[in-house]
Design a protein around this ligand. Structure first.
Ligand code: UD1
Length: 430
């Protein structure tokens, strides 16, 4: 089982290049099956979730040609099956995007129910409500969602909760429905906009993505396109916090600073310097960070996917901080791991009360999920001594070459296969 071993204490310095956004890429890959023409997608991150999604697509007859590590050609002219295997859904929930995509194009799709996950119960009732409103019959049979329609018809949908997944899934199906669809109370996340832009580049007619009302005029056919995925705002934010907690100075390149505003604002509030450029942000910190309060919200609020990273920073800050998680109920597990490194926090319901400490000491910890795992790595970078992070398969789901990128900034981190290997480990930085 692979692990990261880290010797903390080095302030990170230098430049780091951000990869394409995983969550945008998952939606875009699914949407690429909506045309029989060949589609070229560039700036794809080379991470595990993306590779699983490509496998799920290959399994139903999609031709996937990897041109380079980050560019892929997709041809979906010979789809043989519209049902997705449980193995894929188990590995990545987002393969449920194939439900909206296949339903839009073939008016039929079958995807296993994803169930809960490490960060809490994650219902998909809104996705299904949307498909039904478009005229599909939706049944749960033998653990799978079967959606089917003779014809999808445009409609007016109001989403009770702001949901990224439901917005994208319904938007995809509605792109190939007859007539006009209006989706209200939509998610406004950058990746919703990216999927809409991608669909429009294939000939869809979607207006308003990025606001809370999306208007779609259905089209009969979509066509070939070439499309480059936006930079990953969460990967970028993670490196920004890594700079902050190590009291470093890092230029984070290939980003859209506008997408990082909530993160930048919090970093400034806790005492960092943040400088914005056209496609880069520089984060520098010198002294101890200052505590604050933060609440996760849908975009443009502070992202839930950046909650563990700020939790680590606040654990090292002065005073007491309150973190409120308003999106997912089970996202504080990393605080128990952080306690092994000296962190002090008390969790009550969806709130964590964090008492800042002067420093962490290295310990063996385990990544509870993707973002929490990344946060524990940055805690290790700030800690005195050696930290070993177990279960890094979670981190590898969403961060491309995480250890390599951190090493290029002066971090002492290695990927190892066993603790025994750690014992003979030499921390020379390459
Ligand atoms: C996406 C992101 C995930 C991020 C989350 C919130 C992807 C692949 N994943 O997840 O990294 O943490 O957005 O920014 O893009 N809900 C319902 N019913 C539904 C759907 C959602 O009640 O049918 C609730 C959820 O339980 C949650 C909230 O809505 O409380 C937001 O979830 P949602 O935006 O759908 O998250 P995902 O799309 O699953």
């Amino acid at each position: 089982m692979e692990q990261f071993i880290i010797r903390g204490g080095n302030p990170l310095a230098g430049e780091v290049e951000i990869s394409g956004a995983k969550n945008a890429a998952l939606g875009i890959l699914a949407a690429s099956v909506m045309t029989e023409d060949t589609v070229l997608i560039t700036n794809l991150p080379d991470v595990r979730d993306i590779n699983v999604m490509l496998e799920a697509m290959t399994e139903i007859g999609v031709k996937v040609e990897r041109i380079t590590r980050h560019d892929v050609m997709i041809t979906s002219s010979r789809i043989s099956d519209v049902s997705i295997d449980y193995e894929f859904i188990k590995k990545i929930r987002a393969s449920y995007y194939l439900l909206g995509a296949l339903l839009g194009r073939f008016k039929k799709a079958e995807v296993p129910l994803p169930g809960g996950c490490d960060i809490g119960s994650r219902p998909i009732d809104l996705h299904l409500k949307g498909f039904k409103a478009l005229g599909a019959t939706v049944n749960i049979r033998n653990g799978s969602i079967c959606a089917e329609a003779d014809q999808l018809r445009g409609c007016h949908i109001y989403l009770d909760t702001v949901s990224v997944g439901a917005t994208i899934n319904i938007m995809m199906a509605a792109s190939m429905a007859e007539g006009r669809t209006i989706i209200e109370n939509c998610a406004r996340e950058p990746h919703v906009v990216d999927v809409a832009n991608f669909l429009n580049s294939m000939g869809a007619n979607i207006r308003g993505a990025g606001t809370d009302v999306i208007r779609i005029r259905g089209v009969e056919k979509l066509h070939s396109t070439e499309y480059s995925i936006i930079p990953d705002q969460i990967e970028a934010g993670t490196f920004m916090f890594a700079a902050a907690v190590t009291r470093g100075d890092v230029m984070v390149r290939n980003v859209i600073p506008k997408h990082l505003e909530a993160t930048s604002a919090k970093l400034i509030e806790i005492g960092c310097q943040v400088e914005e450029f056209d496609s880069a942000v520089r984060v520098a910190a010198t002294g101890r960070l200052t505590g604050t309060n933060v609440k996760t919200l849908p975009y443009p609020g502070y992202p839930t996917d950046m909650q563990p990273q700020i939790g680590v920073a606040l654990s090292l800050a002065t005073g007491t901080s309150i973190v409120t998680e308003s999106i997912f109920e089970n996202r504080f597990k990393y605080l128990d791991e952080l306690a092994r490194m000296g962190g002090i926090a008390k969790v009550e319901g969806n709130t964590a009360i964090i008492t800042g400490v002067e420093g962490f000491t290295g310990a063996r910890v385990s990544a509870p999920d993707l973002r929490a795992g990344a946060a524990l790595v940055i805690a290790g970078l700030a800690a005195e001594g050696i930290t070993i992070v177990d279960d890094i398969r979670y981190i590898q789901r969403g961060y491309e070459a995480f250890d390599e990128k951190l090493r290029s900034l002066g971090a002492e981190i290695r990927l190892i296969d066993s603790v025994r290997e750690a014992q003979k480990f030499n921390f020379r930085v390459v």
